[in-house]
Design a protein around this ligand. Structure first.
Ligand code: TRP
Length: 368
């Protein structure tokens, strides 16, 4: 039988999703879902992983689970095709994590560059590093392997997790026999999908910097972020001045979102973005016109998402049922993997009574 194609990916539910998440992962997930190429697709709401650096604030995670699910559903993830599930309700993941912790050394964990950067960012270097946080890549390996994932669509920052997961899989299979599926990462194709800057031009959208546009923002807020805060070209003072594209956030966002269709609809002076950029660089195209176009383009993307969100928001009990059902399905899937793992390790004492004969035999042999 040909190997099944299975996708697993996930998010920490610590806040609403923004445009960076949308171009970087959510849009892609919807395309993968609709491609029909995958046998099973799972999205994990990684609330346990979120606790590893929010242990003092479980309320924040509890509250944001619904925000993340609403973002998924309104962006087009379809529960009939994609199983959405909640990590903390999958005890098989906890058990797998415990076994996998023996497949990795603390020295190897210390070298994970993403975790290293996060330790700095969160101040754990001074405060003390929670062991749970230090080990979360192992729990992520459990997430991935429990679903027999072959493909894991993630951002570039997650590549070290995938590398570590693959090492764990290889070590496990070498030690206990072929049991686990070796997953492959799938990262966004182009640079701007990999990292959409904040509206202020800072490298990353971040809640604390207030430089995000959220999928759930209303039209007025989107307009305010673009007109009021979006970084352009500080040397482009008069319309006639030649402008710069590099580092100009309006053009970065247009790169990420605009299509030729959008030009026909909102800015027919140009056939495409290259023509528009050329005019801007020559001089004679004002920031106001560019921003107005961008707002139209963003609204074309966000309008339908916003409408879907409003529809789901008035049906929270349906949303609850979706994740409850998804989690139930995920429980079956992940406990089957755990059973396979325990069989491979021969930790299956109570499956049947066959170990009694084994023990009796061993005791007898010891006496001779
Ligand atoms: N660590 C991922 C992030 O911060 C979230 C995550 C948890 C994940 N479990 C996963 C991603 C499994 C892919 C596969 O974005």
């Amino acid at each position: 039988m040909a190997e099944k194609k299975i996708i697993l990916t996930g998010d920490r539910p610590t806040g609403r999703l923004h445009l960076g998440h949308y171009v970087g992962s959510l849009k892609r997930r919807v395309e993968l879902q609709n491609s029909g190429e995958y046998d099973e697709i799972y999205i994990l709401i990684a609330d346990d992983q979120a606790l590893t650096d929010n242990a003092d604030n479980p309320g924040k995670i509890r509250e944001n689970i619904i925000n993340v699910v609403l973002d998924y559903l309104s962006a087009g993830l379809d529960p009939a095709k994609t199983t959405i599930c909640v990590q903390s309700a999958l005890p098989a993941l906890h058990a797998l994590t415990f076994y996998y912790l023996n497949m990795v050394t603390t020295a190897r964990l210390s070298r994970n560059p993403t975790v290293k950067a996060e330790i700095q960012m969160r101040g754990f270097a001074d405060e003390g590093l929670p062991a749970g946080f230090f080990c979360y890549p192992v729990s992520q390996a459990a997430d991935i392997t429990a679903f027999d994932a072959t493909v894991v669509p993630v951002g570039e920052d997650q590549l070290p997790m995938l590398e570590q997961c693959r090492e764990i899989v290889e070590k496990f299979n070498r030690t206990y026999g072929e049991t686990l599926v070796l997953p492959k990462p799938m990262i966004p194709e182009n640079a701007m999908q990999r990292r959409l800057p904040g509206v202020d031009g800072k490298a990353k959208m971040s809640k604390s910097l207030g430089n995000c546009i959220y999928l759930s923002d209303d039209a007025k807020t989107v307009k305010k972020q673009v007109n009021g805060r979006m970084f352009t070209d500080p040397q482009h003072l008069k319309i006639e001045d030649p402008g710069h594209i590099e580092g100009n956030v309006v053009f970065t966002y247009l790169d990420a979102f605009s299509t030729e269709e959008d030009f026909k609809e909102f800015l027919p002076d140009y056939n495409d973005l290259d023509e528009m950029k050329a005019h801007y660089m020559r001089g004679g195209l004002g920031d106001g016109t560019c921003k107005k176009f961008l707002i139209n383009v963003l609204e074309k993307n966000l309008g339908p998402i916003r409408a879907e969100r409003a529809r789901w928001e008035s049906n929270i009990s349906d949303v609850y049922d979706i994740i409850r059902e998804g989690t139930k399905k995920a429980q079956e899937k992940t406990s089957a993997t755990l059973a396979r793992v325990r069989d491979a390790m021969r930790i299956d004492y109570f499956k049947d009574r066959s170990i009694i004969a084994e023990w009796e035999e061993a005791l007898k042999a010891a006496k001779q």
